[in-house]
Design a protein around this ligand. Sequence first.
Ligand code: ATP
Length: 309
Amino acid sequence: MTAAVETTGLGARYGRHWAVRDCTLSLPRGGIVALVGPNGAGKTTLLHLAAGLLRPSTGSIRVLGEKPYYSSGLMTRVGFVAQGAPLYSDFTADELLVMGSKLNRGFEQASAREQLRRLDIPLHWRVGSLPGGQRVQVALTLALGKRPELLLLDEPAAGLDLLARREFLRTLMGSTAEQGATIVLSSHLIEDLDRVCDWLVIMSAGQVQVLGSVEELKARHKVLIGPVVIGSAHQKKIIGVAQVVRASHTDRQSTLLVRTDGVVHDPSWMVQDVSLQDLVLAYLADPAEGLLPGPIGHRSDNGVQGVHV
Ligand code: ATP
């Protein structure tokens, strides 16, 4: 089966500014992909390329096997909710469902209406007058109503409170389970993503820094707490550690986030599991800030830049 999204040397620029550079990745079908990175990393640009709103400046992108910018039929198979979940604010949710069914053959109007009722969303209010969480749910229900094979969501949960985010994420998980859809979701709310995502893509400065299954990435990274390891006299290879991604030190101890290549058996180090947030922060940290020099802190050629697990 073709990948959900596949890019080769993909680049996009606005004028002379490259928003996405040399991006090669493959996202499998099924499950939820988290796309994270700091402001200006290129996440929105990548989603716009996948939704066919932008033409690549270099390289190529295929979505469900087709070139999105050139394929008129592809958007019947792809849902896209842009940043801020824009909707026609004078329309009621009910009118938007009717419009959805007129525009998309196979739109599941009855189940979409049922979903909004389940969420206690008033169908006859203008969507502009609904609270933010409910507006996002309407946008998501419309996007899911056409049963897309791929759903692209650009910071859909931004501005929602904790309960609205939980509800939203529950809807997402339900739709991957029921419909087998692939969902690519950009977000800054990394703690939320930890519970729901199967795949992680970390971007910065227009490039993919890390791509992998969340389960494998977590299994292959650990936090080590132990003796202070600043200065060459204290540096020795820790068995089981392939790379120190990030290090921080106090007078008494060092804390290392490491990529492992075996079991870490050194009794001088306490070994802890990592959270998704630990991983993202470690790979996005300024290299000058947190890396050890020398044997265990060296950033290798196949290290941070484009780790694919
Ligand atoms: P955020 O998390 O803030 O939404 P992002 O990761 O989605 O950021 P993009 O919006 O894709 O990042 O922007 C990538 C880069 O491209 C940024 O430097 C941004 O300033 C620039 N950029 C984005 N859109 C345009 C545009 N329409 N014209 C010019 N430059 C743009």
